[in-house]
Design a protein around this ligand. Structure first.
Ligand code: CA
Length: 229
C-alpha cells in the first residue's frame, strides 16, 4: 500500500484530505507542521507528499526545496492564492502539481493518481510495447491536433509547442530550446512562459483523459512527450 504524507496545519482540511486518500486505498500520514513532515520524508517510505504552502513553522516553498534536497518524492501543493500559483509555476521549486483551495477531494485524488502514474511510467511503457494504436495525431497542414479522436482546442503557441515535442517523442527539450523553436527570437518572454503553456496544454489533455499526463517533466532539464502515445 502506498503511503501519502499530508503536511497541512488546518485540521479540517487535513481530515478531508486524509479521508479521501484513504478511501482510494492509500495509507495517509498527517503532519501538522513542516519540519516534522521533512523528517517523515527522510524516513523514505512516502510515495507522495501533499503540501500546504501556509504552514506555521516554515513556508511550503522552503519546505519543498528542503524536500528536494533529500528526496525525489513527488509533491503536490495545496495553495490558497493566485500569487502563490504564479510562484509555483514561475520558479523551479520542484513541485509536480498543485491544487487550489477550496478544492474538491475528487480533484485532489485525481491529481495524486496522475502524478503517481507518471512516476511509474518506465515500468508501464514496457507492457505497452506492441500497441500500434496512435492516440495523438497532429496535422500540420490543418494546424490541428487530435487526441483519442477528439480535437484539442489549442492556441498557436500551444500547437507549436506540442508539435515540437511530438516531433521526437521521448526527447527532452530544454526550456531554452522550446523558447527558440516556439517563440520568435525577439520575444522578451521568460522561461515561465514555457511552463505556463505546458501547464495549459496538460489541462487540455486532462479534459480528454484525466488519468494521463502526456508531457513528462524532467526536473532541471525540460520537457518531453511520452513516447507511447
Ligand atoms: Ca495553512
Amino acid at each position: 500500500m502506498k503511503t501519502i504524507l499530508v503536511i497541512e496545519d488546518e485540521q479540517s482540511i487535513a481530515d478531508t484530505v486524509v479521508h479521501s486518500i484513504e478511501r482510494e486505498g492509500y495509507a495517509a500520514v498527517w503532519c501538522e507542521r513542516g519540519l516534522p513532515g521533512l523528517e517523515r520524508v527522510k524516513a523514505g517510505d512516502c510515495a507522495l507528499v501533499v503540501l500546504d504552502i501556509g504552514l506555521p513553522d516554515i513556508s511550503g516553498f522552503e519546505l519543498c526545496k528542503a524536500i528536494r534536497a533529500v528526496s525525489g518524492v513527488p509533491v503536490i501543493f495545496l495553495t490558497a492564492r493566485d500569487d502563490e500559483i504564479d510562484k509555483i509555476v514561475g520558479l523551479e521549486i520542484g513541485a509536480d502539481d498543485y491544487v487550489t483551495k477550496p478544492f474538491s477531494p475528487r480533484e485532489l485524488v485525481a491529481r495524486i493518481k496522475t502524478v503517481l502514474r507518471r512516476m511509474e511510467l518506465p515500468a508501464e511503457r514496457k507492457t505497452k510495447e506492441g500497441s500500434s494504436h496512435q492516440r495523438l495525431v497532429i496535422d500540420p497542414a490543418k494546424l490541428q491536433a487530435l487526441f483519442d479522436g477528439r480535437k484539442l482546442e489549442l492556441t498557436r503557441y500551444e500547437f507549436n509547442l506540442l508539435s515540437l515535442l511530438a516531433s521526437h517523442p521521448g526527447h527532452v527539450y530544454t526550456r531554452e530550446a522550446i523558447m527558440d523553436a516556439v517563440w520568435s527570437s525577439d520575444s522578451d518572454s521568460f522561461d515561465r512562459t514555457v511552463d505556463a503553456h505546458v501547464k495549459s496544454l496538460r489541462a487540455k489533455f486532462r479534459e480528454i483523459d484525466g488519468s494521463l499526463d502526456p508531457i513528462l517533466t524532467h526536473r532541471g532539464m525540460g520537457y518531453a512527450l511520452r513516447d507511447d502515445l
